[in-house]
Design a protein around this ligand. Sequence first.
Ligand SMILES: [Zn+2]
Length: 120
Amino acid sequence: MDDHERDELLARIEGLATPEPERPTGIDPDVEHEVTVVDAISYTAPNPFAQGEPMSDASPPPTMTSTLACQQCGSTSGWTLRGRWGSPAVISCAAGHVLESRDHRWLVSIMQRALVTAAR
Ligand SMILES: [Zn+2]
């Protein structure tokens, strides 16, 4: 299994665990939205330090919850998320650095969650 296949598998597993939230009535899927998230963003990812069985399709890797930190300045709060419902978020820190993530599924999900939270 290469990296890409592994990512896809993890995305599927995560997708099963977290159902897609319902789109708030005020959110137009054709319009790009910008949401400011003042608080730290946590995410769940495979635990790279986990001990145990080698990974296989039958046993997904153990996961751990981490706090999102800017890859350039280390900032963990004051994020801006830009994107549409159902599209991946462009996430930038308070200093304007754009976060790089290959996890398309997570970027779509975080955008939806931010929009749901902002619509409340
Ligand atoms: Zn930064």
